[in-house]
Design a protein around this ligand. Structure first.
Ligand code: SAM
Length: 226
């Protein structure tokens, strides 16, 4: 998968993309990250935002640097990417959206800042708008990192054990069952006997029961989707 990131703050990504699973995915040749500084594609590098028409607080990102960046990249690649505009007004990002995105071979993530994008970015470009939650961050960089991390670990071959992504929370619209590791007893808290029994059928039943119990207690809204 090729992932292009359009941002005014490319330095923010270096640490996140250079560690853990995202780094391993790149080293395995399963993903390529390309950072593009929107400012470099502006007609005037010092002017990527401006005051809103009609008044109001803050600055709005101008359309021209964003259109220019996308056109320059896609002219070079000759391929149209799946373009994602990060915005709190977008479709809610979820594990099922991530699973769909993991099937793409070319994603482009467009990060806003300040008061957000001039509306013509949304109207004039073929984009999918995604929100990572009902709260407002100062920029689209952290939301883009959330999307990248969630999607990349779903690309086949990125995680050593495929089961890691098939068993976990939200995969079957329920939360994951409780997990334990060594020691078998810690400060008086014991690992449930069944998990150490070696009886795979019983273990599976326990895991399913506890996934449902946990979901009922914490996220009953998810159960209605099963
Ligand atoms: N004025 C905008 C509004 O009320 O909808 C919010 C702009 S926000 C301060 C600046 C940028 O951060 C947005 O353009 C977007 O790229 C990003 N952003 C903030 N919250 C987000 C969220 N929940 N999901 C995705 N992107 C978000």
């Amino acid at each position: 998968m090729r992932i292009d990131i359009l941002t005014l703050f490319p330095e923010m990504f270096e640490n996140v993309l250079g560690h853990s699973i995202l780094k391993i995915a790149r080293e395995k040749g399963l993903v390529q990250y390309n950072l593009f500084n929107i400012r470099e594609y502006a007609e005037n590098r010092r002017c990527v935002d401006d005051r809103p028409y009609g008044g109001g607080p803050g600055m709005v990102m101008k359309p021209e640097p964003i259109f220019n960046t996308i056109e320059a990249i896609e002219q070079q690649t000759g391929v149209c990417s799946k373009r994602i505009l990060l915005t709190p007004q977008g479709h809610p990002f979820s594990q099922s959206v991530a699973r769909e995105l993991a099937k793409e071979s070319y994603l482009m993530l467009i990060c806003g800042h300040y008061e957000g994008f001039d509306e013509r970015v949304r109207i004039g470009l073929d984009v999918t708008e995604l929100s990572i939650g009902d709260y407002v961050l100062s920029g689209g960089e952290i939301p883009a990192m959330v999307v990248i991390d969630t999607v990349v670990r779903l690309i086949p071959g990125v995680l050593g054990d495929l089961d890691s992504t098939t068993n976990e929370s939200f995969t079957e619209v329920s939360l994951e069952y409780p997990q334990y590791t060594r020691p078998a007893e810690y400060r008086g808290m014991k690992v449930p006997d069944v998990l150490m029994s070696g009886n795979h059928q019983k273990i599976k039943e326990w895991q399913r029961d506890h996934a449902l119990k946990r979901t009922m207690e914490r996220r009953p809204d998810l159960l209605s989707k099963i």
